[in-house]
Structures are given as structure tokens and as C-alpha cells.
Write a protein that binds this ligand. Structure first.
Ligand code: NAI
Length: 248
């Protein structure tokens, strides 16, 4: 690895937005550590193959980010092997949609544990290293649901609003150490996650997008890559909406 090559950590990098982020962020000679929690390794292997074609060394690992011990091991291994960590992308997330009055405590807690508590574990582990390096960028994938709410997503919207507050607080605490912390809030992006939305609801949501089309994973990934780049060196604590104008 050359002097200018970078080390990237990405959660949920096997597919969807996470895979697109791996590909947009890493250039030839870089190293990517991504995790996932898919039932099988097929998507993760495909991501490793795509990164390999781009000259990027990629390591995929399966574990649940709501397990703090696993998170610390993962971040620690990357640091030990590479000597530094340049970027952390908190991308892994889940939905368990149902109306508020029907939502069980388990459904609420589970989504909070993965989307918010898991992101906290990753952010904390990376922040400790980045503070010592006096350099680093952290980007979390929030959601428009965390900004305006969404019927059937009380758990998910709360987790994403929490992620925004976590981002702003971390940005304030880490700014003087040279570490920038930002979030993006995607609108409707075509991935496995949005495939589970009933057709009628999905069509209605798409119909409200001013730019007239749903987003693609690459639309999000390019903004994340910008946030990690030197072009965004004076930008911290921000939440960029990537929604084709759905949120403004
Ligand atoms: P996806 O379902 O296609 O991919 C999710 C990724 O997270 C997979 O790699 C999966 O293995 C991983 N993951 C799930 N649970 C995990 C756990 N407990 N531990 C570790 N990894 C886990 O989803 P998609 O659409 O690519 O979403 C990525 C992020 O973007 C999520 O945080 C999601 O909330 C957010 N987002 C997505 C939107 C969309 O319209 N698709 C809109 C706004 C935000």
C-alpha cells in the first residue's frame, strides 16, 4: 500500500448502497474492510470480486454490528494490519415495518439496536483511532424517514433521527482532532430494502419525487465519496439529503 492509498471501513457492504459505496470510495491500491449480516456469502463474494477488478484489496466479514465485541475486533484487526483507518461508513441498517399500535417492543428495540446502537459501536471504535491519527472521516447513512417521519416506520425513523443527532454530537466532539463526521439522508433508493415495500405504496412514493425517478445506490455512493474527499475538508456535522428533491 502506497503513502496516498486509503483504508476504508464500510458496514453492510455486501449489496445495495453499501456495495456502491465500497466501489465509489476505493480506488486502485486502497484497502476495503466491509462487513455484512446476509444469510450467505454470495453477495459479499460478488462485492469482493468487483473491488478486485478495480485493484482494491477487499476483506468481507459476517457479523452483527449490534455485537460490540465483534465490532471492536473488526476495527482493531483493520488497524493492526494497515496501521491506520481513513474512513468509516456506517451503512448497515434494517427495517421491521408495521404501524405504531401493532409494533412490539422487540420490533422497536431490534431496529434501534442495529441502526443506532450498532452505528454507535462502530463510530466509537473508529473515533478512538482517528483522534490519535488526527485525521479521518465518518459518514452515516440516515434516511429521509429520520427527518420527516414515515407511517409504519416508528422504529426506523427514530433510529435514523438518533443517528443524525449522534452525527452532530460526534462532529462537535471530534472537530478539533481533525476528524469530520457527517450523514446523508437518502430518499427512495432502489435496493433489496425497498423491494419489500408494497407496490402501491412504492408507486405513490415515487410519484412524489420532484426529479421524477427513484434513486440508485450510486446516487448515494457518489455523495458519500465526496464527503470523504479533500473537497469536503471544511464540512462537518452536516446531513445531506439525497432524495431527488423529496426533502428540501
Ligand atoms: P440492503 O438491505 O440492500 O443492505 C443492507 C446491508 O446491511 C447488507 O449488507 C446487510 O447484510 C447489512 N446488515 C443488515 N443487518 C446487519 C447487521 N445487524 N449487522 C451488520 N450488517 C447488517 O439495504 P440498502 O437499501 O442498501 O440500505 C443501506 C442503508 O441505507 C441502510 O442503513 C438503510 O437504512 C439506508 N437507507 C436506504 C434507503 C433506501 O431507499 N434503500 C433510503 C434511506 C436510507
Amino acid at each position: 500500500m502506497g503513502e496516498q492509498n486509503k483504508v476504508h471501513l464500510i458496514t453492510g457492504g455486501s449489496r445495495g448502497i453499501g456495495r456502491a459505496i465500497c466501489l465509489a470510495l476505493a480506488s486502485e491500491g486502497d484497502v476495503v474492510y466491509f462487513n455484512h449480516f446476509d444469510p450467505d456469502e454470495s453477495a459479499a463474494e460478488e462485492t469482493i470480486g468487483l473491488l478486485g477488478q478495480a485493484g482494491v484489496a477487499a476483506f468481507g466479514q459476517k457479523f452483527d454490528i449490534s455485537d460490540q465485541e465483534q465490532v471492536n475486533l473488526w476495527v482493531g484487526q483493520a488497524m493492526e494490519a494497515q496501521g491506520r483507518v481513513d474512513n468509516l461508513i456506517n451503512n448497515a441498517g434494517i427495517t421491521m415495518d408495521t404501524l405504531l399500535v401493532r409494533m412490539s417492543a422487540d420490533q422497536f428495540n431490534k431496529v434501534l439496536q442495529v441502526n443506532l446502537v450498532g452505528a454507535f459501536y462502530c463510530l466509537q471504535a473508529a473515533a478512538k483511532l482517528m483522534m490519535k491519527q488526527r485525521a479521518g472521516s465518518i459518514v452515516s447513512i440516515a434516511s429521509i424517514a429520520g427527518q420527516i417521519g414515515n407511517p409504519g416506520q416508528a422504529n426506523y425513523a427514530a433510529s435514523k433521527a438518533g443517528l443524525i443527532a449522534l452525527t452532530k454530537t460526534a462532529a462537535k466532539e471530534l472537530a478539533s482532532r481533525g476528524v469530520r463526521v457527517n450523514a446523508v439522508a437518502p430518499g427512495f433508493i432502489e435496493t433489496e430494502m425497498t423491494k419489500t415495500i408494497p407496490e402501491k405504496v412504492a408507486e405513490a412514493m415515487k410519484g412524489m419525487i420532484p426529479m421524477g425517478r427513484p434513486g440508485q445506490p450510486e446516487d448515494v455512493a457518489d455523495v458519500v465519496a465526496f464527503l470523504c474527499s479533500d473537497a469536503a475538508r471544511y464540512l462537518t456535522g452536516q446531513v445531506l439529503s439525497i432524495s431527488g428533491g423529496l426533502y428540501m
